[in-house]
Design a protein around this ligand. Structure first.
Ligand code: TMP
Length: 206
């Protein structure tokens, strides 16, 4: 089982899933928590290049290719082996982030970005994608209040960019209804965590 967590900046997806992971572990499931870009030493090095605030000269296609390269390495070293061992892999961000950020918000085209990612992933799709939907204004406000979270190069984009990210995610959820579940991330923390666990259990019991 391969589960991905998606959403605009500040959606609280990482915190929300922690409670669910603890409950699932208590129930005896073996869980591997990971994130993109990153999750392996090579992918983390690529992450640093992509998110470095100094790299303002980065071309949009270079950015898209680096995300796809990081994704490939992460699949090979971490995701595929864990799935093979029968574990549940829960990954913060995956291919839909590239479709929303590079395809939608950067304007490179969702289908162009899908093509390079089908090559990178050899058609590896998540079984379940939780979309933590939130108005980007609220999400960015949350980030500003959370001093523990470092601001990255993409956070610095204008609100219009983040609105396009959100809209593309919603379009993707409509395009792939069989794997997407939308969670209202503007609700209070406990309710978001409860909805997250329910969505995962519903899929596991299918
Ligand atoms: P995060 O770890 O805080 O989610 O930061 C990762 C940033 O990278 C976030 O701004 C979303 C962005 N991103 C893309 O633009 N494309 C991608 O394919 C992925 C995985 C992330």
């Amino acid at each position: 089982m391969f589960i991905t967590l998606e959403g605009p900046e500040g959606s609280g997806k990482t915190t929300a899933v922690e409670t669910a992971v603890n409950k699932l572990k208590e129930m005896g499931y073996e869980i591997v928590r990971t994130r993109e870009p990153g999750g392996t030493p090579i992918s983390e090095q690529i992450r640093n290049v992509i998110l470095d605030k100094e790299n303002t000269a980065m071309d949009p296609r270079t950015e898209a290719l680096l995300y796809a390269a990081s994704r490939r390495q992460h699949l090979v070293e971490k995701v595929w082996p864990a799935i093979k061992e029968g574990k549940i892999v829960i990954c913060d961000r995956y291919l839909d982030s590239s479709l929303a950020y590079q395809g939608g918000a950067r304007g490179l085209g969702v289908d162009n970005i899908l093509n390079i990612n089908l090559f990178a992933t050899e058609n590896t799709w998540p079984d379940l994608t939780l979309l933590f939907d939130i108005d980007p204004r609220l999400g960015l406000e949350r980030i500003a209040k959370n001093s523990a979270r470092e601001v990255n190069r993409l956070d610095l984009e204008k609100i219009d960019f983040h609105n396009k990210v959100r809209q593309t995610f919603l379009d993707l959820a409509a395009r792939y209804p069989e794997r997407f579940v939308i969670i209202d991330a503007s609700q209070d923390r406990d309710k978001v965590a409860e909805d997250t666990l329910k969505a995962i259990l519903d899929r596991l019991c299918k």
